[in-house]
Design a protein around this ligand. Structure first.
Ligand code: NAI
Ligand code: MG
Length: 325
């Protein structure tokens, strides 16, 4: 069976790095690619950043590869994550030989609850100058993210699983998150450590090598994974997955980078590595490993784009990755 992959480059460097990743994926797997539009440029033309057609096709495709949107990012990526029924946001942060990293020993994967918490969207101004936010935490979503995190750790050879929380303060909501995750660990007979998310931020910075998979509530996962991005040497290297029960969306962590868009110098690594996660999701494990190996080889030996201190173009780096494949 040929899987269908929806490709949504979006704005700015999305238009440069997504085609590069599609070329790499085409080299290793027999996928059927469909293209759709979204982002600032679509809003300028039609008044809407995310056409209904793109939403529908993302919900139907086996997987979606997204680049980045600009100003309209929230109007595009939040509905697209919803279109694929995404409940888990998976963000690996790994340091690579050859790339100048603050903590070269970092190999972390954040498994972030992607549907609720303080991102529930339930905010109000209850009186002039007084605003509130409702933090929603359900047992169902907490169990689901914990199950996904423990399974991910087992499948990908990570021994250390940490449950991040702040249940000493948010006793009811994070209490539930923590209890659900501990129950899942107990059912699986899995080892884990629990960590208060603020202290964890410091420990990740000082001793990242002691951690592997970190299961997080929504906001904590957003912040801790950005912190980890800083440990490994930059946005141009970080892939991510938004996983749903049936389909999924893959995207680099970075945005549309208007400061370098159109110059042909964007680092394609984050998007190509997102493509490797997509391959794995569709069951192409060997192909995913090959793509990762090729990216690692190029990061170690060059050519490198300017964000990594080189002077190569997106095209040069993509060609070097494909040559290694
Ligand atoms: P950004 O990630 O676009 O750029 C931050 C810095 O990192 C810039 O200096 C940029 O040149 C550099 N950078 C990012 N990716 C790179 C790559 N692949 N190669 C080389 N350098 C790279 O974040 P920023 O500047 O905060 O936002 C720019 C636009 O992107 C905004 O309009 C924002 O709304 C949007 N954005 C969209 C996201 C999405 O669609 N998921 C995520 C983050 C931002
Ligand atoms: Mg963020």
């Amino acid at each position: 069976m040929t899987e269908s992959v929806l490709v949504v480059p979006g704005d700015g460097i999305g238009q440069e790095v997504v085609p590069a990743a599609v070329d790499v994926l085409s080299d290793v797997a027999d996928l059927e690619f469909f293209h759709a539009e979204a982002g600032d440029h679509v809003k300028r033309e039609t008044g809407e950043a995310l056409p209904e057609e793109t939403y529908r096709r993302a919900s139907e495709a086996d997987a979606t590869l997204f680049g980045a949107a600009g100003e309209t990012a929230a109007d595009v990526i939040l509905p697209l994550r919803e279109a694929v029924g995404s409940f888990a946001n998976v963000r690996p942060a790994r340091a690579y030989p050859g790339v100048d990293a603050l903590r070269p020993e970092t190999d972390l994967v954040f498994v972030r609850e992607n549907t609720e918490g303080v991102y529930s969207g339930i905010e109000s101004e209850v009186a002039e100058g007084v605003t509130t936010l409702t933090r929603v935490v359900t047992e169902e979503a907490s169990r689901r993210i914990a199950e996904y995190g423990f399974e991910y750790a087992a499948e990908n050879g990570y021994d250390d699983v940490t449950i991040a929380h702040k249940a000493n303060v948010m006793r009811t909501t994070d209490g539930q998150f923590l209890d659900a995750a501990k129950t899942v660990a107990g059912e699986r007979g899995a080892d884990y450590e629990e960590a208060l998310m603020d202290a964890l931020a410091m420990h990740l910075l000082l001793r990242p090598e002691e951690y592997g998979v970190v299961i997080c509530p929504n906001l904590a996962g957003d912040m801790l994974s950005d912190l980890a991005a800083g440990l490994v040497g930059g946005l141009g290297l970080l892939p991510s997955a938004n996983v749903g029960a049936e389909n999924a969306l893959f995207e680099p962590v970075h945005g549309s980078a208007p400061d370098i868009a159109g110059q042909g110098v964007a680092n394609p690594a984050a998007t190509v590595l997102s493509g490797a996660m997509l391959l794995e999701h569709l069951g192409y494990d060997a192909e995913a490993a090959a793509v990762r190996g090729a990216v690692e080889g190029v990061l170690a030996e060059g050519p490198r784009t300017p964000d990594l201190g080189g002077d190569a173009s997106t095209e040069d780096v993509t060609a070097a990755i494909r040559e290694r494949l």
